[in-house]
Design a protein around this ligand. Structure first.
Ligand code: FAD
Length: 451
């Protein structure tokens, strides 16, 4: 009997334990189901649909090279898979385990016929728990406990062929899913930066050993290519975290990079313990915070989304996000802190915008980082720790980065580039600050004192 291999955010053939297990059992029917219903408000966002289209096309091509192919279906995943199992006479479905709450619900619905494998994290997260058997909520404790399971297992190579079933089930056509944007096509800047799929991910590993050597300092400088840009590949599982770990370990002093990579595992533990973490404050007391709403707040939110706040570092980040589907981590923090603290807008508004615009949008990573910055999370800084965008910009030498993404400021020299308004060289085309830093800070602190 054939078996079904159910792909989700694990769109690869190398180091794919579900594939290895399926291939050992019989002819394999690889399947991807587009389920826009189960995730509710967290259905795949716009930028990620672009990525998914190209990644599925790449996966199908790689499968064809092994004598196999990808079957595409749309609908409620549990029902679609049950139907497909009936059509093809399969009794078993193999898949890699995922931690988004909707996946866990569907995994439970599929019951015994589903055979789950660990493989997208550095280690099986069941092994990394507190003394009380709960997932960790504090990163430093998680990292400490993870040490007992490091280094992770070495990655397995891709197979060189896959047994095909006697009959292939019907497949939908990828183009009919309309995952690519049309009017307007905002993805024109994506192609230059990204090659979705397993080969694109492997290409990013080539120089990783060199990159990690300089990572500790370079990672904070938005103007440099100091980080791996593996996040969309990791989110879609085009490369396993274990493979990334071992590629990095070839460099000198990979610990800082390894420690950042492990954040990804940590956030999965948080959403395992707190499935609604993307929607609900980690600390309930923040339910009482009076976020700004109404017309003025809406206008401010729009200025933030469009990169027109008058704070160059924030605007550069927001435009990089819109044009390329990615933003540098340091700037993600600054821009997130700005919308929450300076504009006093509910962090969930910012989180949703990132979700729609990021090619690496990831339920756990996005929610945990937003709640951490907002100060509402279980492991977060105090709300009163407010990032100062202008001095951050100076400290991390963002001049070239700003000139690249905010062309109105391309002729503003250092050091005026960080705060052209204050330096008296505000170009006509660029807006003055939406709110002064001190005023914003006081407003945020006052709001937090009220709860
Ligand atoms: P590198 O520095 O090269 O790190 C390697 C890998 O480690 C990353 O690809 C990522 O998988 C993991 N990693 C690194 N830092 C973090 C972190 N802080 N949290 C979780 N994983 C991390 N990352 C996402 O993958 N998806 C998101 O939706 C997301 N939303 C974010 C929202 C906010 C407000 C902030 C502050 C950060 C967010 N991040 C998110 C984390 C981080 O910014 C990105 O993972 C990183 O910028 C990706 O670039 P890179 O691959 O070059 O990272």
């Amino acid at each position: 009997h054939p078996v079904i291999l159910w792909f989700r955010q694990d769109l690869r053939l190398a180091d794919q334990p579900a594939l290895i297990a399926a291939a050992a059992e019989g002819p394999v029917i690889p399947v991807y189901v587009l389920d826009d219903d189960a995730p509710g408000a967290w259905r795949i966002g716009g930028a990620q649909r672009w990525w998914l289209h190209h990644s599925l096309a790449a996966l199908d091509k790689s499968l064809q090279a092994l004598g196999s192919r990808l079957t595409l279906r749309r609908g409620k995943a549990a029902a679609v898979l049950a139907q497909l199992a009936e059509e093809t006479g399969t009794a078993r479905i193999h898949a890699i385990r995922h931690y988004e709450p909707w996946w866990r619900r569907i995994e439970a619905e599929l019951g015994d016929r589903l055979c789950l494998h660990d493989g997208n994290q550095l280690t099986d997260l069941e092994h990394v728990k507190t003394g009380a058997g709960q997932p960790f909520r504090i990163y430093s404790s998680f990292w400490k406990a993870l040490q007992d399971h490091l280094p992770p297992a070495h990655p397995e190579p891709a197979p060189d062929r896959l047994d095909a079933p006697k009959h292939w089930p019907k497949t939908e056509k990828l183009v009919d899913w309309h995952l690519l944007p049309t009017r307007p096509d905002w993805s024109t800047g994506f192609d230059a930066d990204w090659t979705p799929g397993e080969a694109g991910a492997q290409a990013r590993l080539t120089d990783l050993a060199d990159l990690v050597t300089a990572y500790e300092e370079a990672r904070n400088l938005p103007g440099e290519e100091g980080t791996s840009r593996l996040s969309p590949h990791l989110h879609h599982g085009e490369v396993s975290a274990r493979a990334v770990w071992h590629a990095a370990a070839k460099g000198d002093d990979a610990w800082k990079f390894h420690k950042e990579l492990a954040w990804r595992d940590f956030t999965r533990g948080v959403v395992m313990a707190l499935p609604n973490y993307a929607d609900v404050n980690g600390r309930a007391r923040y339910d009482r915070l009076h976020w700004r709403t109404g017309a003025a707040a809406k206008r401010d939110l729009k200025a933030w989304q469009q990169g027109r706040t008058g704070y160059p570092i924030v605007d550069a980040g927001m435009r990089q996000l819109w044009q390329t589907g990615w933003m540098h981590n340091r700037v993600r923090m600054i821009a997130a802190s700005f919308v929450v603290k300076h504009l006093l807008i509910d962090w969930r508004e910012g989180e949703r915008w990132y979700w729609d615009c990021l090619v690496d949008a990831d339920y756990g990573n996005n929610a945990v980082n937003w709640q951490w910055i907002a100060g509402t999370g279980v492991d977060a800084n105090m709300f009163g720790r407010i990032m100062a965008p202008l001095s951050q910009s100076e400290k991390f030498d963002a001049g070239a980065y700003i000139r690249r993404w905010v062309p109105e400021l391309k002729d503003v020299p250092d050091p005026a580039i960080h705060d052209p308004e204050e330096s008296g060289c505000l170009p006509e085309a660029y807006p003055p600050k939406i709110i002064g830093h001190r005023e914003a800070r006081e407003r945020a602190l006052a709001a937090s004192r009220m709860i």
